[in-house]
Design a binder for this molecule. Sequence first.
Ligand code: ZN
Length: 298
Amino acid sequence: MKLRFWGVRGSIPTPGRNTMRYGGNTPSIELRLNNGELIIFDAGTGIKNLGDELISRGESVKTYILITHPHWDHIQGFPFFKPAFVSGNEITVIGTDREEIDLEHIIADQMKKIYFPVQLNELKADIHFRSIGEEEFDIFNAHVKTLYVNHPGFTVGYRIEYQGKTLVYISDNEPFDRVSAHRVTNFEPVVLKKFFSMEGDPNDRIKDFARNADILIHDATYTPEEYVEKVGWGHSHYLFCLKLAHEANVKHLVLFHHDPGRTDENIDKILDRCKKEIQKSKFSFECSAAYEGLELSC
Ligand SMILES: [Zn+2]
């Protein structure tokens, strides 16, 4: 499997001098299976540049877009994904329905006339929607598992197993804590119940899901110091990611969903702190901070 990161920033696009190296686009990742088949994680603003690249190559596009959750930073690039405007292309959007709105409307409603000049039903590509829950299914020859994780309105984590290799993508996930979970009000009751029902550490759900991954891409929005003030916001700090990667026996951890206030120098420092922590704790996995253009294989 080959990965290329097109958007690595959380919450809101952050163009400008201070984010030139890591990039300011919101989440979107290209995954190529060994025969070139294309899967895309999330449709944040990064998907626009991916779409432009696909168009410039003249490739006909058959792809699955796996949406983690419908917060803006994960869907707002979809209306700018040029392959969706081209007849003959085939796009299947995969994600969860919500109580008040199904997956198709989640994407369509952000393209209503008042927000955008082109409506979903005017796009020329063949566009399908597939609503999922916590389950397992196959796309192309890859096996996909999903897991609900801890975020306001909840997020879906994806585990892809393909030809003996495993990739896990968990954006927007907060360490679950039994005490503080009673205080947050905007987290999905169904998901909270899953965490509460775990015996021992509720975060073992995540650990089991990420077990033995060759690559784990995980939300690392905060530093541990910042997190103290952000409990209940639905994001992780890097120490949680390091512990998770170690305990789940991950080979390569990729810090993802950088805070919009983070400059390139800040991210360098965080990566440096992580590498020191890994050395000190005698952990054995590799650690990178995601940036636009980063390519990884497994
Ligand atoms: Zn996000």
